[in-house]
Structures are given as structure tokens and as C-alpha cells.
Write a protein that binds this ligand. Structure first.
Ligand SMILES: C[S@@+](CC[C@H](N)C(=O)[O-])C[C@H]1O[C@@H](n2cnc3c(N)ncnc32)[C@H](O)[C@@H]1O
Length: 322
């Protein structure tokens, strides 16, 4: 069996190796054999949810690691689900871990306010017709209902989000928005609903989305700007900052350079909404990073009670023609 590696595994093992397996075995067993043959890569291979795995050019679903068999003449490719290195990779891992524990509160926030649905409807206005849509950072898969006449394929860095999204979308897989595990020109549109600001190398993510969208297709998305009252940033006024791995000004510049257009969206929201929003574990991390979850949630409650009764939640919607 020929095995190809991309990223850190390629530097540890080599770009391509040949492993003799003899009889037919499952993909998971084949990967265990690789870990045995290359102990320097054992820890990298201990959690396969971090990889997109393709067998003879076909991307495997997570549950197929047990059911699909490989033989000596097969080609297996292991692509790390998280792109980049150093600081970017660290940020992505923190985001992944935080969204992994955010699934229930994310869904209950959405059930109470339908807020991400409102944002998604703004994107829908900008997509004429699309049979196949890529939903980058699909979360729990709310876009399935927004585009009922399309096949929506989700990709998300959080395995827990993907697990839920699989029940609502045509398909969903684990992957990093800035290195999409898809061929060029595979989709009619790609969307990033409330996602791009979480991707530290957001420029790469936008470019990669354009790569996988066919000619005359579209890349759309929504991104957070901030909370304002009377022109003032309300979090700043209470001594806080929502830290964005890909700040909105950088997003705006990147979208403009790619020929895209943006439009501002303002939602009038109450203090309780903001408190619920920042009580989602992943959102609390944006205000109080590097802290235990319990402490963060306590600080959210304490600090946000000082916000005005109502304020403007400002977002933008963008659209890039491919
Ligand atoms: C605020 S949620 C939005 C979810 C969904 N788009 C929606 O509208 O409900 C952001 C999602 O982006 C995902 N995400 C963050 N960074 C990502 C990355 N680099 N690649 C793919 N997904 C990412 C998170 O795991 C999370 O599910």
C-alpha cells in the first residue's frame, strides 16, 4: 500500500512510503500499522479525527475507517484537518476545543433567538440558485433548513459540531476552512456564516473557497463587527474586548481585494441576548481567553450585567463572485 502524507507527517515520515500489508485490512488497521512502522509519528496518528483520509482519491467518512478495506495496491492519503503551523495552528486548536464543548448551548441559543438563521437568510438573498453548497464552519448544520432545495455539504474544525451537522446536512466532514478537502470547481457556492473571523488565516480560507467553487458561482458570508450604542463600542466601555483571530478590518480588506462587496447589518439586541451569546463556551473564550470555562462564565455574568439595556449588534454580509 502506498501512503502519502501532507504537512507535519510528511516531514516526520516522508512524503510517500510503501507499507506491505499482505491480507485485506480496514483503513484503521492500516493506519495502526503505519504508527507501528514509524513510532516517531505515533502520537500524531493517535487521534484520526484530525485527518482527512482519502482512499484511491475518494475522501472517506469517519465511520468508513472501520468498514473500508485496503490492499497492497491501494493509495491512502492522510491530510491534517488543521492547516498552518505555529501560532495559527494553536489558535485553531483552541477554537476547535471550545466549539467541541459548545454544541448544546449553541443550539439552545439558536433555538431561543434564531440569530444565526437571520444572518444566513441575508446570505441566501445573495445566492441565486445553487444545487451544491459548501458550508464552511457549518456548526450544528442550521443551513440545511435555509437551503432546503440544495445539497449542503458542511465542513467544520470541531468534530462535535460535525457529528450534529451530519443529522441536518447532506453530508459533513471534519476539516479546516483554510485547506478544504475538495477538488477545484466542486460547488456552486461556498458560504461562511459567522465563521471567517474565527479563522486566523482568513485570507487563505476565502481564496480556498473560491478555488472549490465553479466559475460564475459565489462565495458569501457574514462576519461580526461589534456591539455599539450611540456610536461607542459597548464592550470597550466596560473594559472588555472581543478578540477576533481574523479582525473585521482585515476581513474587509481581503474581501475587497478579491473583488467582493460587503453590506452592514444591524440588529437591535437586549442585554439578555448578549449575556446568552457570550455564555456559549466558545464565545466566552473570545472575551476571557486562557481561563477555565467556569471562571469565564462567571466573569461573563458579572461583567455583562453592566451593559446598556439595549444595543446595536453590528455584522456584515459579503459576497464574492467567482
Ligand atoms: C459561530 S459558529 C457558526 C456555525 C454555523 N455556520 C451557523 O451559522 O450556525 C462558527 C463555526 O466555525 C467553526 N470553525 C472555526 N474555525 C474553523 C476553521 N478554521 N475551519 C472550519 N471551521 C471552523 C467552529 O467550529 C464553529 O462550528
Amino acid at each position: 500500500m502506498i501512503v502519502r502524507f501532507v504537512g507535519p507527517l510528511a516531514s516526520k515520515i516522508g512524503k510517500e512510503v510503501e507499507i506491505s500489508i499482505g491480507r485485506e485490512i480496514s483503513v484503521r488497521e492500516a493506519i495502526e500499522k503505519i504508527a507501528e512502522a514509524y513510532p516517531q509519528a505515533e502520537s500524531d496518528l493517535s487521534d484520526l479525527s484530525f485527518y482527512s483520509i482519502s482512499l484511491n482519491g475518494e475522501l472517506l467518512k469517519k465511520d468508513e475507517l472501520e468498514t473500508r478495506k485496503v490492499r497492497d495496491d491501494d493509495l491512502l492519503i492522510l491530510i491534517p484537518a488543521i492547516a498552518g503551523g505555529g501560532k495559527e495552528k494553536k489558535i485553531k486548536l483552541i477554537i476547535k476545543r471550545n466549539f467541541d464543548i459548545s454544541t448544546p448551548s449553541y443550539d439552545s441559543f439558536e433555538g431561543k433567538y434564531g440569530f444565526f438563521t437571520k444572518l444566513a437568510l441575508e446570505m441566501r438573498k445573495r445566492i441565486e440558485s445553487a444545487e451544491l453548497i459548501l458550508d464552511v464552519g457549518c456548526g450544528t448544520g442550521i443551513l440545511g433548513e435555509i437551503f432546503p432545495d440544495s445539497k449542503v455539504v458542511g465542513v467544520d474544525i470541531s468534530s462535535d459540531m460535525v457529528r450534529v451537522a451530519r443529522t441536518r446536512l447532506y453530508d459533513a466532514l471534519i476539516g479546516d476552512g483554510s485547506r478544504l478537502p475538495f477538488k477545484n470547481n466542486s460547488f456552486d457556492a461556498a458560504v461562511f456564516n459567522a465563521v471567517i473571523f474565527l479563522i486566523p488565516d482568513g485570507e487563505n480560507a476565502l481564496r480556498d473557497a473560491m478555488r472549490v467553487v465553479r466559475e460564475n458561482g459565489a462565495v458569501c458570508g457574514t462576519y461580526l463587527v461589534g456591539l455599539y450604542e450611540n456610536g461607542n463600542e459597548v464592550l470597550e466601555e466596560i473594559g472588555l474586548r472581543h478578540s477576533l483571530p481574523f479582525p473585521w478590518r482585515r476581513a474587509e480588506k481581503a474581501i475587497e481585494e478579491l473583488g467582493g462587496v460587503t453590506q452592514e447589518l444591524t440588529f437591535r439586541v437586549g442585554r439578555e441576548f448578549v449575556l446568552d451569546f457570550y455564555s456559549i463556551p466558545a464565545m466566552s473564550n473570545a472575551l476571557f481567553p486562557k481561563m477555565e470555562l467556569e471562571k469565564r462564565l462567571e466573569l461573563v455574568k458579572q461583567n455583562l450585567s453592566n451593559l446598556p439595556d439595549e444595543m446595536d449588534f453590528v455584522w456584515r454580509v459579503f459576497q464574492i463572485s467567482v
